[in-house]
Ligand binder design. Structure first.
Ligand code: RNT
Ligand code: ZN
Length: 421
């Protein structure tokens, strides 16, 4: 599409929104301040660089064998730069602990330090982006029986507590060095495949472990802790220690960020309506924006009703300053850079659409009890010309419009990705 056409369509769209009292420029200004945390693990199928050939376990699994996955941190950073170049606005990197760089040395997870992430931090500085962090409680011999922080063996538990402590310290350093708060998110796979008799015991152990990890005071301007629940995983179908109710209680009692992963609830249960409820009791939360499909919780994010509802809730509730938005999906069946870009652009675009809503009118209709008008306007709004605003936003942010970025992805695949072993 040529620039003149994009500008013409934008001008018409602006008029249309203006009729409803929507300030399109104010919406895009707000959008420019919204950062999405890009999950590093889409680039290499959650492998990490701890040891070669490591496979993600802990009930999470990328399926597909599309060529070109990143084999080391340099390749992953190069791929991420591609993605960042396709996204309007300034975003963040969400790094897992197993993406450390030790120069070939074996460093156990309870021994990791910020120096193992120095190259990532330097890269983030150079990209002028913030970083978030995650301890890795999977793909490890000490997690092989499906338990980590809730393990019955005290020494195994201690190992994983120490990993958590190390990660929080790293998160604090990351936040300090980059000058923007790092959110360190804890997810553990612990659970049972089948009939579980003692459902309380492991939860008491998890509570203890978390208390031990969070005992050390950490500057909240540099690092904030989040805890992520899950309903079930592969191999933990019957019981997951870190359930929603467990972490909700823990987060409220200890004022931690609750992480709501869109794919971690019953298939018909969505997270949108949880946001305003938990924000009554918590200052901030973290979202893992994902897309559940049947038993899988990690498909590439697209413009589903669920995503729309999440974006609407964040904007309507004026929660943009309290909700950290992270992505969490991994698809190895399509070009990985395309997967990242499709999901990230879908989220940014959806927030734009929500920002364009005639919220004031809708609110007035609701308060005055005019629910017919409320529903009529919500329905009409669904086909308002937000695409023209999105195109213009991409254009003025110097990123590709429409699917133009796919041309570059295809070139990169041919010149770079296909040449990886
Ligand atoms: C797993 C959780 C968790 C992971 C990442 C890799 O079910 O969603 O967030 O996807 O930590
Ligand atoms: Zn998640």
């Amino acid at each position: 599409m040529d620039t003149a056409t994009i500008e013409k369509a934008y001008a018409l769209a602006k008029e249309r929104y203006g009729e409803l009292g929507v300030d399109v420029e104010a919406a895009t200004r707000t959008l420019a301040g919204v950062s999405v945390s890009l999950h590093c693990w889409q680039g290499d199928d959650v492998g990490g660089f701890e040891n070669e050939g490591a496979l993600a376990d802990g009930g999470i699994m990328a399926t597909g064998n599309y060529p070109g996955k990143a084999r080391n941190a340099d390749e992953l950073r190069a791929d991420l730069e591609k993605v960042l170049g396709f996204l309007p606005g300034r975003h963040r990197l969400n790094l897992h602990a197993v993406y450390l760089e030790t120069g070939g040395q074996k460093v156990e997870r309870d021994q990791i330090e910020v120096k193992h992430f120095e190259r990532w931090i330097d890269w983030a500085k150079q990209q002028r982006i913030g970083m978030d962090f995650n301890p890795t409680y999977f793909s490890h011999p000490k997690a092989a029986d499906g338990f980590t922080l809730a393990h019955r063996d005290r020494s195994v538990r201690r190992f994983w507590v120490d990993h958590g402590i190390a990660c929080r310290r790293i998160g604090e350093q990351i936040g300090r060095q980059l000058g923007t708060t790092c959110v360190t998110n804890f997810w553990i796979p612990d659970g049972y495949k089948d009939v579980t008799i003692d459902r309380l015991g492991p939860r008491r152990l998890l509570e203890d472990s978390l208390d031990a990890i969070f005992a050390e005071p950490i500057d909240p301007a540099c690092n904030r802790d989040a805890i992520e629940s899950k309903l079930f995983g592969i191999g933990s179908e019957s019981y997951v220690v870190g359930s929603h109710e467990f972490y909700l209680g823990y987060a409220v009692r200890n004022q931690k960020l609750l992480c709501l992963d869109a794919g971690h609830f019953h298939p018909t249960e969505t997270i949108a309506d949880k946001i305003s409820s938990v924000l009554v009791f918590l200052d901030e939360i973290l979202l893992h924006v994902s897309r559940g499909v049947r038993w899988d919780s990690d498909h590439v994010v697209t413009a589903t009703d669920d995503l729309r509802a999440i974006a609407e809730e964040i904007v309507r509730g004026q929660f943009l300053g309290r909700v950290h938005i992270g992505l969490d999906f991994f698809d190895a069946s399509i070009n990985r850079i395309a997967a990242w870009t499709i999901g990230a652009r879908a989220v940014i675009r959806q927030i734009l659409i929500a920002l364009l809503e005639p919220i004031r009118q809708l609110r007035e209709m609701e308060i005055s009890g005019d629910f017919s008008s409320r529903l009529a306007l919500v329905e009409e709004f669904k086909t308002f010309p937000f695409g023209a605003v999105w195109d213009y936003y991409c254009l003025t942010n110097d990123v590709p419009v429409g699917t133009d970025w796919m041309t570059e992805v295809q070139r990169y695949e041919k010149d770079v990705l296909r040449k990886r072993g």
